[in-house]
Design a protein around this ligand. Sequence first.
Ligand SMILES: Cc1cc2nc3c(=O)[nH]c(=O)nc-3n(C[C@H](O)[C@H](O)[C@H](O)COP(=O)(O)O)c2cc1C
Length: 373
Amino acid sequence: MAEQANSSGLEDEFATLHEFVKAAKMKLSPERWDYVVGAAETETTLKRNRYAIDSMAFRPRVLRDISAIQCTAPVMGKKARLPVMLAPVGGLERLDPDGAAAAAKGAGLFGVPQMLSSVSAPGLEATAKASSGRKFFQLYRRGNDQATDEIVDRAVDAGFEAFCYTIDSAFYGRRERDISRRVSNRSIIDDGGDYRQQSLSWSEVKRYKDKHGHKLPLILKGIQTGEDAAIACDHGVDGIYVTNHGGRQLDHVRGTLDTLPEVVDAVRGRAQVIIDGGFYRGTDIVKALALGADTVAIGRLYLYGLAAASSMGVARVLEILEHEIKTCLGLLGLDGFAGIDKSFVHPAPSLTMPHVHSAFPLLNLADEGYGGR
Ligand SMILES: Cc1cc2nc3c(=O)[nH]c(=O)nc-3n(C[C@H](O)[C@H](O)[C@H](O)COP(=O)(O)O)c2cc1C
């Protein structure tokens, strides 16, 4: 496939990813900025995501013909322009008036799938209509089985290609940036007091697979151990999504790149492995693929694009990411993802103080408040 041209039209305005972080911070109110960049309690989990990525060095190979590099890869069984998708994010309407529809447009324009959050406006059907790009649907399960079944049917009708349960949110993480402002986001995942999230168990996974598995593949988002990955595969789950919710749920867990190898070992090719958490640069994504992930989801990174420049901002973030990935692959002596494996990476001490924006050293972290207020 010939390389696709950039179509965002924002090449001059945004030449590097950190420019999007700056522009987003300029546009967002302090409350909304904190909603995006914040994490739970001490924010150690968020920092560990970056630390794990920064603690991996490359082992480049040389003198291989890399004159034609292909960055495409399958995502959930179909070719995508990058092995990347947009992570599900609630409340996108806080960042752009068109919310999830604008994000869908940007992802579709570029050519990667979007996973739509069940708590992002304008909702399932309107978001599906906004773009012809591929879409997966993520649900915080509320209500009874019938309510879930209705949502699955709506997702099928609207053309979604996969269904995802987020399973790490039985309790709402204590995000102190929001709590200290007395801002409540609980409604986003609260289930009206019937505690459906807390009573979720493997029996619902079995019920879904029996009833809907033939219509819509199932992804479980929130797997953090090889043990649970193995149980999920035994239940026929199609996608194992390794995540700690960008550090927003349980504090003090491992960085996701540290978790990945045991999950890949447990899955043994039985399901697609998706990962997210701190993947903000092309090199980050290549490291995850080297360690066995099939797809990397980006969260905050595309939120900066969306907040800064709506759907075209999302597309431009992806274009820059593609450029970084292509540069990385070429300098590793790879002409695509087909030949990548763990021989291309090696543990190495991190040289960076991990931080939500430590991947962007051109930001003046201390003086301009990119971490704080
Ligand atoms: C503002 C915000 C809202 C989020 N909302 C959801 C959500 O509705 N459903 C969900 O499964 N995960 C949600 N997440 C978690 C993301 O899907 C993803 O796991 C996380 O952002 C990845 O980390 P990263 O932002 O460092 O890339 C949210 C994350 C952020 C930053």
